[in-house]
Design a protein around this ligand. Sequence first.
Ligand code: DGJ
Length: 517
Amino acid sequence: METSNLNLPEIKNIDGIDTLFVHNKPFIALGGEIHNSNASNIRYMEENLWPNLNDLNLNTVLIPVYWECIEENEGIYDFSLVDNIIKNARLNNIHLIFLWFGLWKNAESMYIPSWMKRDSKKYFRAKKKNGESLNTISPFCSEAIKKDALAFKNLMAHIRDIDSVENTVIMMQIENEIGLLNTDRDYCDQANLAFNENVPKEIKENFALDGTWQEVFGEDAAESFMAYAFATAIEYISSYGKEEYDIPYYVNAWLKQFPWFAGSYPSGGPVLETHKIWRICTPSIIAFAPDIYVPYVPYVMDEYSYPGNPLIVPEVRKDAVTASYALYAIGQCNALCYSLFAVEEYSMDPAKVSKPPLAVMQALNIDPTAFDIEGCKPYISKVYSVIKEITPLYLKYRGTSKLKAFVKKSEYDHGVLLKFSKYDIKVTYAPRQPFKPLGSGIIIEVSDDCFYIIGMMCSIQIINKASENLKTDIIKLEEGEFIDGVWTPIRILNGDEKMMINLGDITECRYLELFKY
Ligand code: DGJ
């Protein structure tokens, strides 16, 4: 099917900012990812998934496609689950990002079809130094990679045939949290041979160094070697899909984190430290996306959003603070996608929501409060609604000195002083409270004296420019809301309500006009 004449979802660089376009219009994916197994049964989804996504103001849901389900018998493809998911997404007026659970998921090969699981000779696994096999197909097993690529090719051809006009599916994530756990590299025979050879031409040229992996990368040799192995495998798989249906593809990363050595997080995955190798090897991948479960979410978003790597957050904590981080992800990092994990839980009885064991969370340096979702639904629902409505204004001012975003980044971070053309604005964050968002927001200077303020859990004060001997006061302070980028005032705030501009725990919007005397 010819698609070159269609407006497929694509990434365009607008004034230096990579922007996702859907139906030829800028689109910010405000989403949620579902639990791993919840897309494996049509009836389960109809009873437990789609009804639980209502009133969250999502416009995108991230849903797995399982290789074990679409190719149960080798060479025979069954897309009934995919068709049902696309049908229901359309009925719910929601876009999709499909997660291709193929060869590798959380550093394991748990979604490969049974016929591949059973043939461990042909489809060999990675090995530790002691010869022990991991439950991970080796990225040096070209036969397995060819099979994955073929399955992915058929999946993308099918999506093209049923969705290249509607564009319900807007992006694809290839595999999930790639890499090897509990070893710094693959020690199978094929890997050992490759490891002792000189680095490939593209590595030699881009790093301006020659020699073996050990000679070129020293202590980082094992992880760099695995990054090259996985990245070249991903590019092979991705290229098969793109031949059929060229929409944006990305990969996600299990972050490098405590205790910091390769193998304590998946060695070879697209963590920040291996982006240079991944970028060299994966021209068809538009972004390396962080799954963020660590306590320092804004720092990670700042690190993973840079020219050539637009921010996609496929998974992030789902407690109240995630509403604060959503605003920052868009306002400060120009995220293409912000998506919290296990989104269907917001509508479930909290008593039925399972949390990882505390010991596991501590071992993985996961902040246990990240799973405190009680009462959080209104925060994310409102902030997603506000982000949608301010999008035209955001697109107009993003990337300029007129738009400034902020978020409380730690318990010691009490606020920020924002310098605009004629006024300075002091933002003071409310102290952190359990089950509440954090201070965060966006302030847009629409003219020298006029501002829109969008945010939560903070107070706003206007500060005179130190260089002037003038005072500042308010011409008008309105509370209100945006409707498709247009300000719609509610009350005019004056008297007691003008003494301090306080924003509560549910995202609020203000219009502020000032003068000097
Ligand atoms: C990150 C993975 O990408 C998800 O699929 C899931 O396993 C979470 N970790 C933990 O629930």
